[in-house]
Design a protein around this ligand. Structure first.
Ligand code: HEM
Length: 450
């Protein structure tokens, strides 16, 4: 199936059935899943495995039959493409950020201190991660069936090793470890045929997310060669982020005088209430009814009603990560991402303020056609700096690297509130840049010769 959109200059046909599902379609709710990292020691074995994974790799839009709603996605690091024997000329045609890999870009994107690659969990950043596989489903039995098919695909390929595995699942609360619902806001992509969650936002060109189509500049994004490899592919920044939920709760407690104040402060830091209701539409208290309405929960802009941030502070996570139409330095449309966040680890029991030592957090997957101007820009300029909103040096309240000395400004009348000494709430455990090829490209990789 191809979907089309008239972009004014002509019709854009998006080849949905050649694009991996994990890129365009929102993950199921609820969900269970597993991420696997593979190392390819023998390129022929790697290609043989790809041939067996091809029929399992999901493409296109969601199935209407929920019992079939499980899928496997396959992505490659630069080292992985090299290990499979992709010709040098083709390897050289990939963008610099991808070739260098996330660990080499750590300082630029704010992975410093405890989040620096020197402290990452193996095998992140070692060069050993070649292929990243993900399997997700809304149904545990369906996921098991899918994982069994993946296991069978591995049989008889001793030249490929599984070197890392991570189970993910939605917590019983339906929220992230910090207690907030995630996975609400998705860009409205022109020509892919998915409903817009924000009808006030003009659709974003498909080329911002998928290679081979015009992007917001009107040009085709730089695409690796040969064309069969690049077309319908995208890049994914994959990250494992540990969340220090006890530090989060202690910070809220120390800076509030009641449970209601704690809830409001947390919402000001995130930009949404725990249910997902946005402060821009529900500035005073949570509104679960609004949050449950898919037509309203993401349907807002900032400039007309809240340009100065009295409802949702400019420093709140969702407003930094996507300032929409707010007055900022720059243009938010040039820096959008598709996000596929999933939760790992047990929840910290309600009310507990001391860390229990358990590892819990988020495996985040951030997709787009331009690693540098999307994921890296957002990390460097919007999450780990504040120039664009007039607070130089101030960082994202939730996801920024604070190191215990940062401040957070919350606009209030008559005078703004300034919180001091923010600790780190999130520590990067590791990350990799991956290329997520289209289906034809996957076949091309599987059939490389020599
Ligand atoms: C562990 C760290 C993080 C946590 C706990 C977290 C949590 C959240 C939550 C609860 C939301 C609101 C749900 C939604 O609007 O869909 C959200 C939105 C978002 N986050 Fe994060 N996030 C984290 C890291 C990041 C990073 C590293 C980036 C980008 C590089 C990012 C980019 C975004 C974007 C773009 C949105 C949507 C904003 C919008 O369109 O309004 N997040 N995040």
């Amino acid at each position: 199936m191809d979907t089309t959109a008239d972009d004014g200059a002509g019709t854009v046909r998006v080849e949905i059935d050649d694009i991996q599902s994990g890129a365009l379609r929102p993950r199921p709710v609820p969900y269970e899943g597993k991420y696997l990292f593979l190392r390819v020691d023998d390129r022929r074995a790697g290609r043989a495995l790809l041939r067996r994974l091809l029929p399992l790799t999901a493409v296109g839009l969601p199935s209407t039959d929920r019992s079939q709603d499980a899928w496997v996605a396959v992505a490659f690091t630069y080292a992985g493409l090299r290990a499979l024997g992709v010709p040098q000329e083709s390897l050289d045609s990939f963008p610099q950020a991808f070739r260098e890999g996330m660990a080499a870009r750590a300082e630029l994107i704010g992975d410093v201190g405890e989040s620096a690659p020197a402290h990452w969990e193996a095998p992140f950043g070692t060069g050993d991660v070649h292929i990243a596989l993900s399997a997700l489903s809304s149904d545990a039995a369906q996921l098991d069936k899918e994982l069994e098919r993946v296991r069978v695909a591995f049989e008889g390929t001793p030249g490929v090793q599984v070197i890392w595995q991570q189970e993910v699942r939605q917590l019983p609360t339906g929220r992230t470890t910090f207690g907030f619902r995630d996975g609400i806001s998705h860009p409205n992509i022109e020509g892919v045929g998915l409903p817009a969650s924000n009808t006030q936002e003009a659709p974003i060109k498909a080329g911002e997310f998928i290679l081979g189509y015009p992007d917001e500049t009107g040009n085709l994004p730089p695409m690796p060669t040969p064309e069969v490899l690049g077309r319908n592919g995208t890049y994914a920044a994959v990250r494992k982020a540990h969340t220090d939920v006890a530090a989060w709760r202690r910070f809220l407690r120390a800076n509030s005088s009641s449970a209601e104040e704690e809830e409001l402060l947390a919402a000001k830091m995130v930009g949404r209430w725990p249910s997902g209701a946005p402060l821009a539409l529900a500035p005073e208290h949570d509104d679960p009814e609004l949050a449950a309405d898919p037509h309203r929960v993401n349907n807002f802009l900032y400039r007309e009603n809240d340009d100065r941030g009295f409802r949702c502070p400019a420093g709140a996570h969702i407003r930094r990560a996507n300032p929409r139409d707010s007055t900022i330095i720059g243009d938010a449309r040039m820096h959008r991402l598709i996000r596929r966040g999933t939760t790992y680890g047990p929840p910290l029991p309600e009310g507990v303020l001391e860390d229990d030592g358990a590892d819990r957090g988020l495996v985040g997957v951030f997709l787009g056609a331009h690693l540098e101007r999307q994921f890296e820009f957002i990390r460097a300029e919007w999450i780990n700096d504040g120039n664009f909103i007039g607070y130089p040096g101030e960082k994202d309240a939730v996801a920024g690297h604070h190191g215990g000395t940062d401040t957070l400004t919350i606009p209030e009348k008559p005078v703004r509130r300034r919180l001091q000494n923010l600790p780190d709430f999130v520590v990067t455990r590791g990350g990799e840049y991956c290329f997520v090829p289209g289906l034809r490209a996957l076949r091309w990789l599987a059939e490389l010769e020599d």
